[in-house]
Write a new protein. Structure first.
Length: 384
């Protein structure tokens, strides 16, 4: 038994088993259909809610499971083995629900969290802008104070589950601005169907098909005063308050996809014969398998270590950035070489490897690029 395995509690194992059953019975049979249709898998997320897998981190009093972040990473990693798109959709939903759990009023928690835990309501965080990235000093989306609330205007780019979500956490500058600070705040905005002036244009990605993202435009979208989440001026802190968790979660998705590709390569190398011998008996293939195996174990260790520390209340930005960038590098390496072991067969669209390969790429880009993660790690190591 590995050190990682021996450190798991019964609760951790129970969540992993629950995720395994969900991935096997629900996600895997739908994965290719989600890929082909490129549609948001709302039925799959509803089933995840029924099985308690959308509220792993949410308080029990609001319909959640009240578990820790290591449980979440075990769940999302296993789901990613079956479908990266489903895993990323759950990830986006989770990190929209957590700010409400951490900063919402009692009324907001009552209104939003239980439906989100059950999968009856889907969430999305909208921070990034086309011309400002995620910089709080450059955000141009504004929330103009009105007699009975706010009118939101501006544009957001990307945002997992944007447009299909029932609640969008929109980061905007409150106007008039407060006497001190930039006034960046978070506002709870419903779906485009329920918010006149809110339009959404989906963008297509090369991978993660079924995962929905795109451009959200707000033109004087009216929301009530109680749509403010937390306090005025807390927006960037709220949006970035779970960044270490989000980055580690992306690392877990990466190790899940890499595990699926690695297992495909192992099975093929043992079954496929070339020159009268299984291809796994050839040294060139064995070298690739050994490197894939070691790199995957190393990435998983970094992810679990970061998740364990976060669960213990000792989250560390350096550890989460390492986990994220190493795992995103490893998933690209493993998926690429799993195709290499398969030869021409791995390039066929009726094999899942090309899906794993396309899904892997986005993980080095979202949640902060690999270059940003490396800079973060170096700055913490050098105490800059």
């Amino acid at each position: 038994m590995s050190l990682i395995e021996s450190a798991l509690s019964e609760e951790h194992r129970e969540f992993r088993d629950r995720a395994d059953a969900f991935a096997t019975d629900v996600v895997a049979p739908r994965a290719e259909a989600i890929e082909d249709a490129d549609e948001f898998p709302d039925d799959v997320l509803a089933e995840a809610g029924d099985r308690g897998l959308l509220g792993v981190l949410l308080p029990e009093e609001y319909g959640g499971e009240g578990s820790d972040f290591l449980s979440y990473c075990l769940v999302i990693e296993r789901i990613a083995q079956a479908s990266g798109a489903v895993a990323e959709s759950i990830q986006g939903h989770t990190f929209a629900a957590l700010p409400i759990a951490h900063h919402g009023t009692d009324a907001q928690k009552e209104a939003y969290l239980e439906p989100m835990a059950r999968g009856e309501s889907i969430g999305s965080m909208l921070l990034t802008e086309p011309d400002a990235g995620s910089s709080p000093t450059e955000l141009s989306t504004v929330a103009e104070e009105t007699d009975d609330g706010y009118a939101i205007s501006g544009q957001k780019a990307f945002g997992t589950n944007a447009g299909v979500a029932d609640v969008h956490l929109v980061v905007a500058r409150k106007r008039p601005a407060p006497e001190e600070g930039h006034g960046v705040s978070v506002f709870l905005v419903p779906s485009p169907e329920e918010a006149p002036g809110f339009t959404f244009d989906r963008v297509e990605f090369m991978g993660m098909r079924g995962h929905v993202t795109g451009d959200s435009t707000f033109e004087d979208v009216a929301v009530p005063a109680d749509a403010l989440l937390g306090e005025v001026g807390q927006g960037f802190r709220i949006a970035m308050g779970t960044i270490d968790m989000a980055r580690t979660g992306l690392g877990a998705i990466a190790t899940g996809i890499a595990t699926a590709a690695f297992e495909e390569a192992i099975d093929y190398a043992g079954d496929r014969e070339q020159g009268g011998n299984p291809v796994g008996e050839y040294q060139a293939v064995q070298v690739l398998v050994a490197e894939m195996d070691a790199k995957l174990d190393g990435a998983r260790h970094l992810v679990y270590n970061s998740a364990h520390d976060i669960a213990a209340g000792e989250g560390d930005t350096r550890a989460s950035s390492k986990a994220k960038y190493v795992a995103s590098d490893v998933v690209e390496y493993v998926t690429r070489n799993a195709i290499q072991i398969h030869g021409g067969t791995g390039y066929r669209t009726d094999y899942p490897l090309e899906r794993y390969f396309r899904d892997a790429k986005i993980l080095s880009l979202i949640g902060g690029t690999t270059e940003i993660q490396k800079t973060t790690v170096a700055e913490h190591a050098l105490e800059l």
